[in-house]
Design a protein around this ligand. Structure first.
Ligand code: MLT
Length: 406
């Protein structure tokens, strides 16, 4: 009789956003007359920018002619896109990253989830708490996290780095030495950031202890403050200790189009084994590349028109973020985030748990957010709202939240 990978059986519950989706769908089916405003999952709502639509149309036409048809994409991605990324996301910021250190993929979520495969099962991971669930769950599936304690909602072999109001939602260097350190800034879910000097401390630490930082920079387009780094490679020494994940979902609205990339510098090695070579081997074996059409759309993100249009789109969402932040502050909520990130992190009122507040909002004002405890034990009593709704829905949601009396 075959056996399943029983690491999967250790996973508590379903994936956070699936659980939320099921709850909201059940409520909506029972109350079809209610207008539910969804500020839960960080999914964009604005249409693709015209420069991207033009590029998509152009590429679709190319696929319809024998002379310009494209089959399998090159393993690492098309050069036109990798050159644009290297030039705009790295060289322009003074980062030393070559086009052939960039692996184009269909999104940062898959890459963040899959990257752990190239590391030994003995490696110990450190995560922020609260944290994007993919980092932990993918390590659970691989069998790297030990046993789960339902009481503390923690895994025995994971190092948790609490990110609380007291430390400005920024992790402190762990007491126990990790091998793999997951960091995400601007942060999902708290919306917090760290300065370049703080990130430099992490890079120095990782180089000192021989750890790898898995740096998720999916939200970098939302940075508004000058001392916040857009890439870990702005820090000295990051080429020998950091892998960076980027996404086109949040900066260009590609959640339904799918495109992202991972950077692995060739200097990043375990002894003489290059992580770049391992990931290239994995990519070549398990992945056939993001579609040509989509990579052409990605290229348009870096065109002059694309840049201008996307700047406006990001500003649109950040206007929502400010509206939520200021509105909830006025209403007396304890709120943070929303300045360099499209997420607002608020304290559930009157000591309610995150899920109690979730249910209360869904049932009483028909607003959906994400319970902080779904991101880890230190997220308990917190709640996340996204700025990715339409302006009109955002205003209405804030008005509804202002009216609640608890
Ligand atoms: C979120 O809501 O945290 C994001 O949508 C997650 C993601 O980008 O996969």
């Amino acid at each position: 009789m075959f056996k399943v990978n029983d690491n999967y059986l250790k996973l508590p519950g379903s994936y956070l956003f699936s659980t939320i989706g099921k709850k909201v769908n059940a409520y909506s089916a029972a109350h079809p007359d209610k207008k539910i405003i969804r500020l839960g999952i960080g999914d964009v709502t604005q249409p693709l920018a015209p420069a991207i639509i033009d590029a998509l149309h152009g590429a679709v036409d190319e696929m319809g002619k024998a002379e310009t048809f494209h089959g399998y994409a090159p393993d690492l991605g098309y050069e036109f896109l990798r050159n644009a990324i290297a030039e705009n996301d790295y060289k322009a910021r003074g980062c030393d990253i070559a086009p052939d250190e960039i692996f184009v993929s269909d999104g940062a979520k898959c890459d963040c989830g899959n990257i752990q495969e190239i590391f030994s099962l003995d490696n110990k991971i450190a995560v922020c708490d609260p944290v994007y669930p993919v980092y932990v769950d993918s390590n659970v599936m691989a069998g790297r996290t030990g046993t789960y304690d339902p009481k503390s909602e923690t895994w025995s072999d994971v190092i948790y780095m609490p990110c609380l109001a007291e430390n400005g939602f920024a992790p402190e260097l762990p007491k126990e030495t990790p091998d793999l350190i997951y960091l995400c800034f601007p942060n999902n879910p708290t919306g917090a950031t760290i300065t370049k000097a703080q990130l430099q401390e992490w890079v120095d630490y990782a180089n000192k202890v021989g750890a790898v930082i898995l740096y998720d920079a999916a939200y970098e387009a939302y940075i508004s403050e000058p001392d916040v780094p857009h890439s870990i490679y702005e820090c000295e020494g990051a080429r020998t200790c950091a892998i960076e994940f980027r996404s086109f979902s949040k900066n260009a609205g590609f959640t339904g189009v799918r495109l992202g990339f991972t950077v692995i510098p060739k200097d990043l090695k375990s002894g003489d084994v290059s992580l770049h070579a391992l990931w290239a081997r994995r990519h070549g074996t398990k992945y056939n590349g993001a579609p040509y059409i989509v990579q052409r759309a990605g290229e348009a993100v870096y065109s002059a028109a694309g840049k201008a249009q996307l700047k406006e789109q990001v500003a649109y969402y950040m206007n929502n973020a400010h509206y939520i932040l200021n509105g909830l502050k006025e209403a007396g909520f304890t709120v943070s985030g929303g300045v360099n990130a499209p997420y607002i992190w608020l304290k559930a009122p009157n000591g309610m748990t995150s899920w109690e507040f979730f249910d209360y909002l869904l049932e009483n004002v028909n607003v959906v957010g994400t319970p902080g405890s779904g991101f880890g034990p230190s997220g308990e009593h917190y709640f996340r709202l996204t700025a990715f709704g339409s302006y009109e829905n955002t205003v209405e949601a804030v008005d509804r939240l202002k009216k609640i009396r608890l």
